[in-house]
Write a protein that binds this ligand. Structure first.
Ligand SMILES: [Zn+2]
Length: 459
């Protein structure tokens, strides 16, 4: 009976997929949704490829899974991947069934699947990853992801025995996952260790996981990412097996050291969160068995997806467009920090992030604005911060509370008004930080800004 249901589900899902494509509609969710609605254990009937790499964690899933897919394809493998679509159970089912025979055998050499943390229990019991990468565990949208303890519990409960786990040694929460899995590999960054050992206000763990004493930091890079120890017991964060030991911005390279060997790669992007993403991907690819030369060669041509980080120039200035993610205080804080730390003076930062599009049929919640660190925008290199969109007044209040001088802050309901407030005579590089749900608005702002930058004068 169960097998009959599976064939019925496969037929319905493949028909839906075909229909959606004919209509020119997005087919990355609905076919899988139909499949798992008809046949609850649909995923369990599929035969995934022998090599199944899953990528989970709060931030960087898409970047890592895209990197893995690109490098593996360049190395000559065929790869099933869902990073353009949904990362919940239905999205995973869609990606796999699209590349499967009617009987359920996935035809590619490898599947690289981005998996939503909360969906772990609906996915790993049916399809067992050979490698599971978990980038980091941090607070996320409070409406969706609850607490980091809950997310850790869900992932831990779902990780199958025998899966090789790849974890962030510098993430005090993430490094405790998969303790029952003997094959654990840690990645991290030891280069450019900060001198400062004060703990930031935004971190998701403060107490020793062993004895409950207050942890102390050797150093912290951001949030709870860094190296910590317990003053009361032996606890400390693990040493990374794969570590970025050098970042050479002048020559555009970084070095990953493992097993005593130094390996150099092209520095595609020097944002610290992306460096962690690169190290996670290199660790997974090496564990998979891909030789260094092939990974290195692929990194030469790899690009961070343009929609996440795009750099353009016009009229002698740069326009950097970076995804910030409303409702995710860690992502917003990371982007604010990156923007403040980029070289240059008189920067203008135009921010269009909010949660309003997600408030249909549920409650409003602005706690994420207060969880993010707006004091980073109070950097001497930033001369104007422009908030646009329905949450502009909330952002303005938060920015004032973070100590940003009122004269630096501009808050307006529409992006058109915001673009006009860029002082083209005096601005240095312009940063556009935008929400994933505002792709079309970002494009419109980009066009308007470039037009003003090319004109070079205030309109
Ligand atoms: Zn302790």
């Amino acid at each position: 009976m169960s097998k009959l249901l599976f064939y019925g589900a496969m037929l319905a899902a493949k028909s839906a997929s075909l229909g959606l494509r004919i209509l020119g509609r997005n087919a990355s969710f609905l076919p899988g949704k139909i499949a798992v609605t008809i046949c609850k254990d649909f995923l369990g009937h599929l035969q995934p490829p022998k090599h199944l790499i899953c990528v989970t964690g709060t931030n960087g899933k898409t970047t890592v899974s895209n990197l893995l897919t690109n490098v593996l394809r360049q190395a000559g493998y065929t790869v099933t991947n869902n990073s353009l679509g949904s990362n919940v159970q239905a999205g995973v089912a869609t990606a796999l069934l699209e590349n499967a025979t009617f009987g359920g055998r996935v035809k590619t050499d490898i599947a690289v699947l981005e998996v939503d943390e909360r969906s772990s229990l609906l996915i790993y019991p049916y399809i067992k990853p050979s490698i599971l990468v978990c980038n980091n565990i941090m607070r996320d949208s409070i409406k969706r992801n609850a607490h980091t303890d809950f997310i850790s519990f869900v992932i831990n409960k779902a990780i199958p025995a025998g899966t090789k786990v790849i974890l962030n040694a510098d993430d005090i929460i993430d490094c405790h996952l998969g303790l029952n899995n003997p094959d654990r590999t840690y990645f991290g960054i030891t280069a450019e260790a900060p001198q400062d050992n004060t703990m930031p206000f935004l971190r998701d763990i403060v107490y020793c996981p062993e004895c409950g004493s207050l942890l102390e930091a050797e150093y912290i890079r951001y949030n709870h990412i860094g190296r910590v120890y317990c003053p009361n017991c032996d606890y400390k964060t693990p040493q990374p097996d794969f570590a970025i030991t050098d970042i050479d911005r002048e020559n555009g390279t970084f070095t990953v050291t493992h097993d005593g060997v130094d390996e150099q790669y092209k520095l595609v992007n020097d944002n610290i969160t992306n460096l962690y993403n690169f190290c996670a991907a290199i660790t997974a690819l090496t564990k998979f068995g891909l030789p260094y030369e092939k990974i290195k060669a692929a990194f030469e041509s790899v690009e961070i997806v343009k929609s996440r980080h795009n750099e353009l120039s016009a009229g002698g200035r740069n326009l950097k467009i970076i995804l910030a993610k409303g409702q995710n205080p860690v992502a917003c804080t990371g982007v604010y920090r990156y923007t403040a730390g980029c070289p240059g003076e008189n920067k203008t930062v135009l921010i269009t992030v909010d949660d309003v599009g997600d408030n249909i049929n549920n409650s409003e919640n602005v706690s994420w604005i207060y969880d993010a660190d707006y004091s980073l925008l109070n950097d001497p290199s930033i001369h104007r911060v422009i908030f646009v969109g329905p949450r502009h007044a909330d952002h303005r209040l938060r920015a004032l509370m973070a100590g940003i001088p009122a004269e630096k802050i501009h808050a307006l309901p529409t992006w058109q008004e915001g673009v006009k407030l860029v002082d083209m005579e005096n601005t240095g590089d312009i940063y556009l930080l935008y929400d994933p749900y505002k792709g079309a608005e970002m494009e419109a702002i980009k066009t308007a800004l470039l037009s003003r930058m090319e004109g070079g004068a205030n309109e």
